[in-house]
Design a binder for this molecule. Structure first.
Ligand code: PGA
Length: 253
């Protein structure tokens, strides 16, 4: 059965002190309030990963995510962080292909295929982001366009490898804008992606793949989104910076 996951993406926010306070609040609330069949992941800036990992480790249904990693294992790449480094401090997840990385740092589907490979080789669970811009949504073929992001970055994987990937559908027009995809719009895409996965890897693998929704997801709209048949949780940006709201989202299933 596929996992229910709520992952926070803090992006480039929070000083160390703020990060520790936020994480402690989330950890305490998750322990007390969130069902253990929901996995709660905190996606923090690199700087705090090691500390946060130690903090969440005792909680069986929590994990920590990096927001990126380099596609090479090591070498002369000043300023970069590799998947083996993340593994060495016990990190379990890495967000890959976020639209902000694609847009501001020029990440391509081909590069992301390499990042997915090295993440899996190092035992990290990739949270692979895909999604269309507003112009792309208004043109014909937006479903196929998002499906092609999966094809180009993930479909070289074996079924066993693919089974370790979490997908996050994030329409770019809904990220940080306050405009959420309606549950019907999100469900349409999630169902399409699941069929696309089934066509490549079969029904069982597709059924077992967690597909998260991201884009202005908050405590108000999460219950309706998460009630959709093919939506298995959320990748949460702005609302993950507030402990109470983030944990309420994790309680929305
Ligand atoms: P948002 O961001 O929830 O602030 O829209 C989501 C994301 O970028 O992952």
């Amino acid at each position: 059965m596929r996992k229910k996951i709520v992952a926070g993406n803090w992006k480039m926010n929070k000083t160390q002190e703020e990060a520790l306070i936020l994480a402690s609040e989330v950890v305490n609330m998750v322990k007390d309030e969130v069902s253990t069949d929901v996995t709660v992941v905190i996606g923090s800036p690199y700087l705090y990963l090691s500390t946060l990992q130690k903090h969440v480790e005792p909680v069986s249904n929590m994990g920590v995510a990096a927001q990126n990693c380099h596609q090479k294992a090591s070498g002369a790449y000043t300023g970069e962080i590799s998947a083996p480094m993340l593994k060495s401090i016990g990190i379990g997840y890495v967000i890959l292909g976020h639209s902000e990385r694609r847009q501001y740092f020029g990440e391509t589907n081909e590069q992301l295929a390499e990042k997915v490979n090295i993440a899996l080789e190092n035992g990290l669970t990739p949270i692979f982001c895909c999604g269309e811009s507003l112009d792309q949504r208004n043109a014909a073929g937006y479903l196929e366009l998002v499906a092609s992001q999966l094809t180009e970055s993930l479909f070289h994987l074996s079924a066993e490898e693919f089974g370790k990937v979490v997908i996050a559908y994030e329409p770019i027009w809904a990220i940080g804008t306050g405009v959420t995809a309606s549950s019907a719009q999100a469900q349409e895409m999630h169902a399409f992606l699941r069929q696309h996965i089934a066509a490549k890897y079969g029904e069982t693998v597709a059924d077992d793949t967690s597909i998260l929704y991201g884009g202005s997801c908050n405590e108000k709209n999460a219950p309706e989104l998460f009630a959709c048949a093919d939506i298995d949780g959320g990748l949460i940006g702005g609302a993950s910076l507030k402990s109470r709201e983030f944990v309420n989202i994790a309680k929305s299933f």
